[in-house]
Design a protein around this ligand. Structure first.
Ligand SMILES: Nc1ncnc2c1ncn2[C@@H]1O[C@H](COP(=O)(O)OP(=O)(O)OP(=O)(O)O)[C@@H](O)[C@H]1O
Ligand SMILES: [Mg+2]
Length: 258
């Protein structure tokens, strides 16, 4: 159904400027661009957890950055049918401000939203924000005790919970998660995946889930997209693709993973 569409990407190509070690020479040369994404097309529907797999350097993070507007050198179409997506990164410690408390970090998106939107769910007072932050923190499995903590006082798993909360609190419909569990121990990985699944139901989220771990993708994604050298070489229903991989590269990835 067309109105279930969250995101459409059509014939996307992206480029990075080639770096030159000799800057004087660089001034004399025409600009050179290195293409990373090649003719990438896909869509995300409401409720999807779309896995994006592929070897290191294949362009997964670059795709996330194009979708978030961080990489601007691209052609093709990126159509957001909902509000802008939010991002969850691999390393929670580097993605969140280490000097601030959990309460500050979770309040900040609400303060920013209050400045640019008049949606009536956005709290306009400090007390209102405090209440919403507490509720959000509880949804990611942390009690009020954590409101005053700073990153140094949390485990990696707890910090990733806060980082997920900071993405979900501004009520996006799509979350882009770039290797959200790769930096965590296997038992903690399972807890965070479970949390992401629960939040998806609670807040009607969809995910683009980037991972090089095919087992993790199998656990959580209903659809999967395989990328090699910036191209999507195969995509489809996860179970279908894992059972009957069509492309030699997918077959190779699965052979190595399972
Ligand atoms: N800022 C940049 N400037 C120039 N080239 C870049 C830049 N960022 C990434 N690249 C190049 O683009 C290609 C794709 O990188 P990208 O980070 O998207 O890969 P990835 O699939 O996310 O890899 P990984 O699994 O290691 O995270 C690589 O060849 C990389 O060297
Ligand atoms: Mg990456």
């Amino acid at each position: 159904m067309k109105n279930d569409l969250i995101l459409e990407v059509r014939h996307l190509n992206s480029y990075y400027e080639k770096s030159h070690s000799d800057t004087r020479l660089f001034d004399l040369l025409p600009e050179e661009h290195e293409q990373v994404l090649r003719d990438v097309s896909f869509e995300i529907f409401h409720g999807d957890i779309l896995g994006l797999v592929g070897e290191s350097g294949s362009g997964k993070t670059t795709l996330a950055k194009v979708l978030l507007g961080i990489v601007k050198d691209y052609d093709g179409e990126v159509i957001h049918h909902t509000a802008y997506p939010q991002m969850v990164f691999q390393d929670p410690f580097s993605s969140l401000n280490p000097a601030r408390t959990v309460e500050w970090i979770l309040s900040e998106p609400l303060r920013a939203l209050a400045r640019r939107s008049d949606a009536d769910w956005i709290p306009r007072t400090k007390a209102g924000r405090h209440e919403m932050v507490r509720e959000m923190l509880r949804s990611v499995g942390l009690n009020d005790e954590y409101l005053s903590r700073r990153p140094g006082e949390l485990s990696g798993g707890q910090w990733q919970r806060v980082s997920i909360a900071s993405a979900v609190i501004s009520r996006p419909q799509l979350i882009i998660a770039d290797e959200p569990v790769s930096a965590l121990d296997v038992t903690i990985q399972a807890q965070i995946l479970e949390l992401m699944r629960n939040l998806k139901e609670m807040y009607a989220l969809s995910y683009l889930f980037i991972s090089h771990d095919l087992n993790v993708v199998y656990q959580i994604c209903n659809r999967v997209m395989v990328m090699q050298h910036g191209r999507v070489v195969e995509s489809g229903d996860t179970v279908q693709v894992y059972r009957h991989p069509q492309h030699p590269y997918t077959q190779e990835l699965l052979r190595d993973a399972l």
